[in-house]
Design a protein around this ligand. Structure first.
Ligand code: HEC
Ligand code: HEC
Ligand code: HEC
Ligand code: HEC
Ligand code: HEC
Length: 379
């Protein structure tokens, strides 16, 4: 990443400072080793900076979460997550949650300016806050009928991108997930099913809020994390090892847990932690086993050859993404994918939601525990 301090102090090019102020002085408020340079070093460890997913931002339906321009575009335009009838074709629907064409060329990675969109406006430290958005997040998975709204509102910034995506019908409309619960034994026909069918990768915001899974049964409660913690508290705690600060990484770091009013002895060997992690892992395995049993000897879910885990994809043949997939594979007898019930399809969505959340239950253990128990009981 570009470090600009030296460049500014020698030539002071770049954006003009506010009129009547000493440019160097206003620039060095931030461009110094304690502020921008320190955060840039932390940020170099973030997947937001080092990952390649921003390249997906050339597509209008991916850009809202994958590119700098797409994200700021949907914020600026207050783009709704609704599905509405297509004026050009009465049988079809449009997913309105897309970035405008002007935001799609040469998509940029997520930078300081993506989350802090007031930078370089007043040229004071105040430009870091407010964040680009902290508004409640209508869920694209639910066409806006469910919303994520954290008490610690900075978490809404994260959830705007770290939220699941919709399953859509042939019409393009979002499916009616309520049927998965209310008509559990009916054969699922609300959408087609292929290798990648599902909720995409960003389930963290939904699980951390306890909103938006396919809720079979009753008895759902949330962790105290939902109201008292925040994404930043755990993912941006004081840097420790390869985690914390603007690395956004929480792996192996307990710094954010052991703060006043929260925990005092949380660690990788604390039983509160190890019991929850082991329980979620066991329940996820039990759910995968039950889902796979539908295939009567052949897995329903793909076992990822790189890590030997069921990552939530269907083991359906896909010429590029899953050429060795069993179901519908022309070179393995083109076996039809088994009919699923509504409840079974909902169970697979819940498996994806919890597996891809990847917090091993830490985001919201009571919710995840009940969700897995009720899902296993429902199929
Ligand atoms: C509120 C804090 C703040 C102030 C004040 C500030 N900057 Fe920046 N500036 C940043 C941040 C954060 C970045 C992004 C750093 C990075 O990504 O490496 C940045 C990046 C830059 C860049 C790199 C190009 C770009 O836009 O990403 C230039 C050039 C620059 N600043 C010049 C200036 C000048 C000149 C001033 C004073 C007139 C100034 N900045 C004042 C925070 C600030
Ligand atoms: C503009 C959308 C956007 C926002 C806002 C955002 N993220 Fe991300 N985040 C992403 C994307 C996309 C990736 C994957 C990047 C890649 O692989 O190239 C990611 C990756 C991550 C990862 C690494 C995940 C992994 O697989 O290792 C963490 C942790 C993370 N984000 C946490 C946060 C937190 C915490 C916030 C709020 C402070 C936040 N993100 C805000 C889009 C966003
Ligand atoms: C609602 C926000 C959102 C939308 C829209 C979205 N993504 Fe993502 N996507 C994410 C987040 C968040 C991650 C990072 C998850 C993580 O690393 O834990 C991600 C990760 C990915 C990854 C990396 C997966 C991996 O292997 O870890 C790919 C590839 C991807 N998205 C493709 C797409 C494509 C293609 C589209 C459009 C068709 C799209 N995404 C639309 C939020 C979104
Ligand atoms: C994915 C979103 C995201 C990105 C990208 C990001 N930040 Fe932040 N930043 C935050 C959040 C959220 C906070 C508030 C953290 C908290 O509440 O503890 C924050 C806080 C800060 C603060 C403290 C501000 C204050 O007034 O308390 C500074 C300074 C800062 N960021 C600088 C940067 C710089 C420099 C970059 C680029 C290298 C950057 N940020 C990139 C989300 C982001
Ligand atoms: C109570 C602390 C806590 C809170 C609150 C929290 N996280 Fe996490 N998160 C974790 C832990 C712990 C992990 C697991 C890290 C590991 O071991 O890989 C994790 C995992 C993740 C991952 C997957 C990282 C990976 O390596 O695949 C993402 C992305 C993420 N969280 C995003 C978020 C977002 C977005 C929020 C807010 C909506 C949030 N988290 C709130 C603690 C927290």
């Amino acid at each position: 990443m570009l470090t600009v301090a030296g460049f500014i102090l020698t030539s002071c090019e770049g954006p003009m400072g506010p009129a009547g102020k000493d440019a160097n002085e206003s620039c060095t408020t931030c461009h110094n080793s304690e502020v921008v340079e320190a955060k840039v070093i932390e940020y170099d460890h973030s997947l937001h900076f080092s990952g390649e997913a921003f390249e997906e931002g050339t597509r209008n339906n991916c850009a809202p979460c994958h590119s700098h321009q797409g994200f700021l575009n949907v914020i600026e335009k207050k783009t709704p997550v609704t599905f509405t009838p297509n004026p050009a074709d009465a049988t079809k629907f449009i997913n309105n949650y897309v970035a405008e064409a002007s935001a799609l060329n040469l998509p940029g990675r997520i930078t300081c300016f993506t989350c802090h969109d007031s930078l370089h406006t007043s040229y004071t430290q105040e430009d870091f806050m407010p964040l680009s958005t902290v508004a409640e997040v209508p869920m694209t998975m639910w066409g806006g009928s469910k919303k994520i709204n954290f008490a610690k509102t900075s978490s809404n910034l994260c959830a705007k991108c770290h939220q699941p995506r919709p399953v859509t019908a042939a019409s393009g409309n979002v499916i009616d997930y309520s049927k998965l619960v209310s008509a559990p034994t009916t054969t699922y026909n609300l959408s087609s099913i292929s290798y990648r069918t599902g909720i995409h990768y960003g389930s963290h915001g939904a699980i951390a809020a306890g909103v938006g899974a396919i809720e079979f049964g009753t008895g759902y409660t949330n962790s105290v994390h939902v109201t008292s913690a925040s994404c930043a508290l755990c993912h941006m705690s004081a840097p420790s090892g390869l985690a914390g600060g603007h690395s956004f990484n929480a792996a192996g770091s307990f710094t954010g847990c052991n703060v006043s009013g929260c925990h005092s002895t949380m660690s990788a060997t604390n039983t509160t932690y190890t019991v929850a992690v082991a329980d979620v892992k066991a329940k996820l395995t039990a759910l995968a086993t039950k889902i796979n049993a539908i295939g009567a000897g052949k897995d329903i879910l793909q076992k990822d050859p790189t890590d030997n885990q069921y990552n939530g994809y269907f083991d359906i043949f896909d010429a590029s993404a899953n050429p060795t997939g069993y179901w519908k594979n022309p070179s393995q007898g083109n076996v039809a994918f088994p009919a699923l019930t509504n409840a079974q399809f909902g169970a697979i969505l819940n498996y994806q939601l919890v597996f891809r959340d990847a917090s091993k239950g830490i985001h919201n253990y009571p919710y995840v525990k009940k969700l897995l128990e009720n899902t296993i009981a429902a199929i």
